[in-house]
Design a protein around this ligand. Structure first.
Ligand code: HEM
Length: 517
């Protein structure tokens, strides 16, 4: 009866009725949210959208920019709608419910990562979107599960484990062997990605995929493909169920096919024998260590996968950006090389202490990570109602359970207003200049390539040691780096990790007698 009456209204009236109902629904939701927020004593961030009509174009723009490698442009663009009270944080609500707070404010990042650490976490949506790939690993979990993972993984990254640099020596030598004769062009970015995959698989499993020798192996291809799709699923997480996933699933299977035999082989070793092996150090791998504490192949697989994804692209991208920048600054190359030759000469393998003592080398890597933090965008979900601090004199922004905070170390570290004025000692922050680190330390929470707080990158020391080692080995042999391409046309391609979109085509020139040019 009711149905017949509704039909009798005619199509035009029906459409009109639907529009009125939808507008009423979203207006009511918005008013309700406003009411809850004012009751909480906080405020909203400047609002970009509170309903699908406005939110969908924003999500589509974000994914379009992402597909065209212009995500930073998008992230900066949205702050055109910010206000003087909240210049670096805005919000979007997809359906008038869960809000996405996008921020490049150091105090917000500090709040999420440390001051209110337990209020924020990866959350259930992140876990849902990432768990086919990373399971219940350190990356996808919160609370006790995360803490258990961290305790499992941390011992393999203590200083004593990293001091043994043999693995870096083996793979940096393999990389150098792959370089063409001097003066010939090579995309060194591609070689770095292959080398760090070899280092990481060797370190984790005790067996490398050997992608330097076999670049077209299906593991590398699958690993890249899975990460690419994973980033898309993350950006479009409110509608991720609409994205086809067969390539993603197939990629994960290929990665597992490579890893599983090593896991099975390790699980055949009795725990007592693993204990003995742990003392001998040499052939004791990350995999062996995890197998001492858990015999569950699924947990082992998840943690290995997490560290693989954490450790491979991050270091490869950072090394690539470093060479890209160095190729434009022969003066910096000469200064860096000077320090390297003064410390280890033209041939000696650097020790852990040598690497830590080369301050200009550390400044160079720090400067790269300032301009190109390897994890440019990150998210945290509110696990309970919380806040983000307002500017001095302004009320805090209320954040309800399940709201998502999207923060960008890249956008934050590119903000000019967080740096001192340009002077003789402090070059324009948009420019690569390791020398600035000789007289300057970033203000707390304005420099976060490795995150901060309890979830700070567990592999930070491993990464800095690996990257420093490889730069030393390269600059011991080569004195000049020439960019072969349009240096200014380079762009930041952000998947999970931000890499040089054009690769890094360079020609390297050997030093004559190890002398500085
Ligand atoms: C330039 C190199 C690297 C950078 C810039 C970097 C950056 C980061 C960042 C920003 C996070 C926080 C992610 C989050 O909480 O959402 C992180 C976490 C992590 N990183 Fe790194 N990383 C690097 C290299 C490595 C390496 C080489 C490894 C291991 C071999 C590693 C292992 C991890 C692990 C296991 C976590 C998870 C920590 C946790 O959630 O408790 N990272 N890293």
């Amino acid at each position: 009866m009711v149905f017949a009456r509704v039909l009798a209204l005619g199509t035009a009236n029906l459409c009109f009725l639907c529009v009125v109902l939808l507008i009423s629904f979203y207006t009511a939701r918005r008013l309700l949210l406003d009411y809850r927020i004012s009751k909480s004593g906080g405020v909203r961030a400047p609002i970009l959208a509170t309903n699908p009509l406005f939110a969908i174009p924003i999500f589509v723009t974000a994914s379009w920019k992402q597909m065209n490698n212009r995500l930073l442009e998008f992230f900066d663009w949205i702050f055109n709608w910010a206000t003087p009270e909240s210049p670096n944080c805005v919000e979007i609500a997809f359906n008038g419910g869960v809000r996405y707070l996008l921020t490049r404010e150091p105090e917000h990042i500090k709040t999420v990562l440390t001051s209110r650490f337990t209020d924020y976490g990866k959350g259930s949506q992140f876990h849902k979107v990432w768990s086919p790939f990373l399971g219940d690993s350190i990356f996808t979990t919160d609370g006790q599960l995360w803490q258990d993972s961290r305790s499992l993984i941390r011992p393999m990254f203590i200083k004593d484990k990293i001091r043994d640099l043999e693995i870096f020596d083996k793979w940096s030598a393999a990389l150098i062997r792959k370089l063409p004769p001097q003066g010939q062009t090579v995309n060194i970015c591609d070689l770095f990605y292959r080398m760090t995959l070899d280092v990481t698989t060797d370190y984790l499993l005790g067996a490398s995929v050997n992608s330097l020798d076999y670049p077209k192996n299906e593991f590398s291809h699958a690993f890249n493909e899975v990460q690419r799709i994973q980033m898309m699923l993350t950006i479009l997480s409110p509608i991720e169920c609409l994205i086809p996933k067969w390539r993603y699933r197939r990629g994960i299977q290929i990665i597992e096919r490579f890893m599983n035999p090593y896991i099975e082989q390790t699980l055949r070793i009795p725990v007592e024998e693993l204990e003995k092996l742990s003392k001998s150090d040499k052939d004791f791998t990350f995999l062996h260590n995890i197998a001492r504490f858990t015999r569950n192949p699924r947990i082992i697989r998840d943690q290995i996968m997490a560290v693989l994804i954490a450790g491979r692209d991050t270091t490869a991208a950072t090394l690539s950006w470093t060479i890209y920048e160095l190729s434009n600054y022969p003066r910096i190359v000469a200064k860096l090389r000077n320090e390297i030759l003064a410390t280890v000469g033209a041939g000696r393998m650097p020790t852990y202490e040598d690497l830590k003592n080369m301050r200009y080398l550390t400044h160079t890597l720090n400067e790269t990570l300032r301009l190109y933090p390897a994890v440019p965008y990150n998210v945290r979900a509110a696990l309970q109602t919380s806040t983000l601090p307002g500017l001095p004199g302004q009320p805090d922004i209320t954040v309800f359970k399940d709201d998502v905070v999207v923060y960008s170390a890249l956008a934050m570290q590119r903000r000019k207003d967080i740096y001192p004025p340009v002077s003789e000692k402090f070059a324009d922050p948009a420019v690569f200049n390791p020398d600035r680190w000789e007289h300057w330390t970033p203000k707390a929470w304005t420099y976060l390539p490795f995150n901060g707080g309890p979830r700070i990158c567990v592999g930070q020391n491993f990464a800095m040691t690996e990257m420093a080692f490889i730069l030393v080995r390269l600059l011991q042999k080569y004195e000049r780096i020439e960019y072969r391409g349009d240096w200014h046309a380079q762009y930041h391609k952000a998947e999970i990790v931000g890499a040089p979109g054009h690769g890094v085509p360079v020609a390297l020139y050997e030093a004559q007698h190890g002398e500085v040019a």
